[in-house]
Ligand binder design. Sequence first.
Ligand code: FAD
Length: 383
Amino acid sequence: MNLELSEEQTAVRRLARDFVEREIAPHVVDWDRAESVDRSIVKKLGEVGFLGLTVDEEYGGSGGDHLAYCLVTEELGRGDSSVRGIVSVSLGLVAKTIAAWGSEEQKRRWLPGLTAGEYVGCFGLTEPGTGSDAGNLATRAVRDGDHYVLDGTKMFITNGTWADVVLLFARSTDAPGHKGVTAFLVPTDTPGLTRRTVHGKLGLRGQATAELVLEGVRVPASAMLGPEGKGFTVAMSALAKGRMSVAAGCVGIAQAALDAAVRYAGEREQFGRPIAHHQLVQELLSDIAVDVDAARLLTWRVADLVDRGLPFATEASKAKLFASEAAVRAANNALQVFGGYGYIDEYPVGKLLRDARVMTLYEGTSQIQKLLIGRALTGVSAF
Ligand code: FAD
């Protein structure tokens, strides 16, 4: 693997860095306190091309490879994980899954709007009763002539209150495939679909997380994404790439923690000199730096495998597992460097820690990643 970035990749990283400086950094504390990022950021992300990365230009995408996608995701994660999540879900989990599994009609219906930031997408898999055991979901899809009728509840859905379309997973009663799970593209203005904001999150406070309730929601059979009964495969293929995106966002968190901690250690004086002169502070900084590099290299390897069309799912689990745990460690170490000031939100590291924590939970908890890696190593499923 060539570790040198190409000119295009360097340029896209510069574009993302400038975007974060201009459009995100000045608002991060306010958005966190207000429990909502400014919705206009979605359109701006679309205009700059970040919601169309790796999607064909024919469908409104901005092209690019998966390493470029990871570079942008890292920069957004460095700026604000709530904004990063909008891209990881609307592009990473929804648009890219439509591009991979959708009919021509579905691609033309949804992709130009999603990549332009005119539409927001959300990914509805988790339910109140099924999280890690996602294949056991209870939402039902009952065939009625040319339509399906959907009933059920989805929990913790990122972008949920803003979304125009839900990539929804339901148990299709007459499906012959794996566990009968089928994927549907459901416009959120369909009668019978209601949404409730999930308040009180530890982190990612700026993100619109929702509970979705479906009561007799009728969609045409043409809303099915991929074959009937193949929805679990659709979901797992989306999540494998999604884990690469989460890992890249975690690298951004860890890098932000390192930048802030190094800067502060050079400025803050105790015992007559900057705290950077104390060996135990240097230990904290060096631990963060190693976590950043290791997480980034694992993530770039996944992007390289994807771009070369090679199997990548287990490597994505390794990258997500390591990078999410590393982001928590890095933010926690940075908070230690800040002392008491790290504990108040005028300084950035407390938010980094709060935002990092969920990365070990969603898109498969750390335990689930270990079971996936263990299954690949042994051939034994220990779920
Ligand atoms: P559970 O599955 O109940 O797990 C509880 C604990 O048990 C965990 O520690 C877990 O690792 C452990 N555990 C479970 N099974 C095993 C096992 N077999 N072996 C060992 N340990 C096990 N979901 C979506 O569909 N779309 C979204 O956009 C989305 N966004 C989210 C945003 C936020 C902020 C949050 C908090 C969650 C989001 N989720 C989303 C849901 C997320 O993916 C789930 O929370 C996650 O999969 C874990 O499920 P659970 O919370 O039900 O925990």
